[in-house]
Design a protein around this ligand. Structure first.
Ligand code: ATP
Length: 654
């Protein structure tokens, strides 16, 4: 395609577009190649369908060669049970390496006895769950469970919420839902699908799933990336929590209103004249400008034009008054009617249309002049200064008086937590403030999406919710998370509180209750902790059992050595498995320097959400709990990352 000569710029452009389209199609087909066909359903009537990541058709056959897993025809593959066989006799799972079949596993659904043709054995789910972790999440398209599939395939186009404990497959559901939306809702697909995750580490972890489902057009982003802001510093979490509250949005909007033609009369110098505008006239121009377009800077342009109209009107009025005064004075002194000497009289004599009064100005010319006038420029800048988003945020955070005026609900100590210097670097908590300011100053974001998926959604602050909802005008979203795993900055306690301001009660809540990651033993060991941090939450159950979690103690100066000992023992006993060490954020550097990173991924507790490993070492639970507010929830996250074995290293009492 790219070798073909292009005669013109237009042709070159079309060639690029066509090449891009083909590139995408190649990507889709390559993605589908991995486990090309993973399922087959045999109906009781003898017909069969093969299920794969995409649909494939041949010209001769009536039935498709391969049915896309998202097609309605594939539904029984996920939903049929012996109680509701949905017309199926057999469900078959196929394991492929390249194009070679390496495993077959059948379930018989209609109560008939297995024949020689059927391979009934260990379920493919158990196999998938006990497989080694690779450090990247894998698609679960072959083994989606009925409760997961129901959410993925839901016809509900509004807001779907999935609440579930650690490892219940929320991320799996969220990503397969994104793929389903692209397939089943063409409008949303055309407007784009966005997946938001808490940090770059997490996005990297899930980055393979959608491409392996043949979908390369989904945008994966963190809040930073959406706002286009890279923070230069880490802020304290108590200030971050405050900055996450929706009061800040009101404060920024309030601060902006003060910068849009504050009340009062106004005088503009135009050339040598002073033109006076009443407070009413200015307010009228302001209200009309604000109503005309969203965004301070775009509305400023409208305001400028309306102000010029008002100035031109005032000039005409003043001019009229002056001329009438002159007319009256002259008439009184000379007894002459001056009208006769003006162009009005002559034009009338020449048969022109009835003109206005003699002193009428050419208003269009006056307006054009005024739009170029320095005096008008200065007036607009004084009444309605052009702004950058960052300036607006600074004007609030670096000014104690502005904080006091616009955040009256905060206490004085809270406000002093927010107060910063004019040159402080931005922090993570400033990102949604800058985004809010950008929407206030420049108008709504340029890029919006037809469907937005948010993973670890319990992490979002009210201000972050605002920035995400802004990008989804249709309010079509899939939100997955677990409030028992909420970090220290989260502002809401539950889904109702988080979503109320945006969709009220209009969201559909699903709950997942089976853990596909952690073993029953690990879940038992965190039960008391869960009861403390989320007393209302039903504990999840696991499909699998394994080793009991262990604890080892070490002296304060022997922690790194103890972690290394444990990792060596685990990798000797279970070579090839993926290991992770979760520790307080401040410890990560020491562990990496001590050589731990050669044996395992070192994960600061604040970044552990959503990740998983075969074996996990949790270093110094007390330190993790003490490191941040709500530290017990960080510990709960840390303790639920292992699929097979968990070891906790605690510090020996002195
Ligand atoms: N139907 C399934 N088939 C195969 N594997 C699955 C299935 N559902 C979940 N899993 C696996 O279980 C593990 C946990 O799933 P996932 O990460 O989606 O859970 P989560 O609810 O998002 O967890 P967390 O609350 O810790 O973020 C993953 O390895 C995932 O691949």
């Amino acid at each position: 395609m790219l070798k073909a000569p292009a005669e013109s710029a237009g042709e070159a452009y079309e060639r690029e577009i066509a090449a891009e389209r083909l590139g995408r199609e190649i990507g889709r087909l390559e993605g589908a190649e991995k486990g090309l066909v993973f399922g087959r359903i045999d109906r009781a009537d003898g017909s069969a369908l093969r299920i794969g990541r995409i649909g494939l058709y041949s010209e001769e056959d009536e039935l498709p060669l391969l049915v896309d897993w998202r097609a309605n025809a594939a539904r029984p593959f996920y939903e049929a049970t012996p109680v509701h066989p949905m017309g199926l006799r057999r469900r078959r799972h196929l394991g492929l390496e390249g194009r070679t079949v390496v495993s077959v596993s059948d379930e018989l659904l209609d109560g008939t006895a297995p024949t020689e043709e059927d391979v009934v054995g260990d379920g493919p789910l158990v196999e998938a769950l006990s497989a080694r972790r690779t450090g990247r999440m894998q698609a679960a398209v072959a083994t989606l469970q009925a409760e997961q599939d129901e959410i993925v395939r839901s016809a509900h186009r509004g807001v779907t919420v999935v609440q579930g404990g650690p490892g219940t497959g929320k991320t799996v559901v969220a990503l397969h839902r994104a793929a389903y939306v692209l397939y089943a809702f063409p409008r949303a697909a055309e407007e784009g699908v966005l997946v938001v995750g808490p940090n770059a580490r997490f996005l990297d972890y899930i980055s393979q799933v959608l491409p392996s489902l043949g979908e390369n057009d989904v945008v994966l982003a963190t809040c930073r990336e959406l706002a286009g802001v890279t923070p230069g510093a880490v802020g304290p979490s108590d200030a971050a929590r405050l900055k996450g509250g929706s009061d800040l949005a009101e404060a920024l909007a309030g601060l902006l209103r003060v910068r849009q033609a504050p009340a009062g009369d106004f005088t503009v110098r135009v050339g040598r004249d002073l033109v006076h505008l009443s407070g009413e006239e200015v307010a009228e121009a302001r209200d009309a400008a604000v109503a005309a377009v969203p965004g301070h800077n775009p509305a400023r342009q409208v305001f400028r034009e309306l102000l010029v109209d008002a100035v031109a009107d005032a000039l005409q009025r003043d001019m009229g008054d002056v001329l009438e005064q002159i007319d009256a004075d002259a008439e009184r002194m000379t007894g002459l009617d001056l009208d006769r000497f003006t162009g009005a009289d002559r034009r009338r004599a020449e048969g022109a249309a009835e003109p206005g009064p003699a002193h009428e100005l050419d208003l269009d010319a006056v307006r054009a002049d005024l739009l170029e006038d320095d005096g008008v420029d200065r007036a607009v800048e004084a009444l309605w200064p052009r702004l950058e988003p960052g300036e607006l945020v600074r004007a609030l955070l670096a000014d104690a008086d502005a904080l006091a005026e616009h955040l009256p609900r905060l206490t004085a100590p809270e406000r002093s937590l927010l107060l910063g210097g004019p040159d402080d670097p931005w922090t993570e908590a400033d990102v949604p403030l800058l985004d809010e300011a950008a929407s206030l100053v420049d108008g709504p974001p340029g890029r919006t999406y037809g469907h937005v998926v948010v993973d670890e959604a319990q992490e979002l602050t009210a201000m972050q919710w605002r920035m995400i909802v802004r990008r989804c005008p249709a309010r079509a979203m899939t939100l997955v998370g677990d409030f028992a795993q909420a970090g220290p900055v989260t502002t809401a306690r539950d889904w109702k509180e988080a979503l109320g301001p945006h969709v009220g009660p209009r969201f559909k809540l699903h709950e997942l209750t089976v853990s596909y990651r952690t073993t029953q033993e690990i879940l038992e060991s965190v039960r008391a902790l869960l009861a403390r941090i989320a007393p209302d939450q039903r504990p999840t159950r696991s499909l699998r059992s394994g080793e009991s979690p262990r604890t080892v103690t070490a002296p304060p100066d022997g922690l790194v050595a103890a972690v290394l000992r444990e990792l060596r023992a685990q990798s000797a006993a279970h070579p090839g498995e993926l290991l992770g060490v979760v520790c307080a954020d401040s410890r990560a550097g020491e562990l990496t320097a001590g050589g731990v990173a050669r044996h395992a991924r070192v994960v600061p507790a604040s970044e552990a959400r959503g990740l998983e490993f075969d074996g996990v070492v949790v270093l110094d639970p007390e330190e993790i709990v003490a490191a941040r507010p709500g530290g017990e929830r960080d510990l709960y996250v840390a303790l639920t990352r292992a699929t097979k074995r968990l070891c906790t290293v605690t510090v020996e009492p002195a």
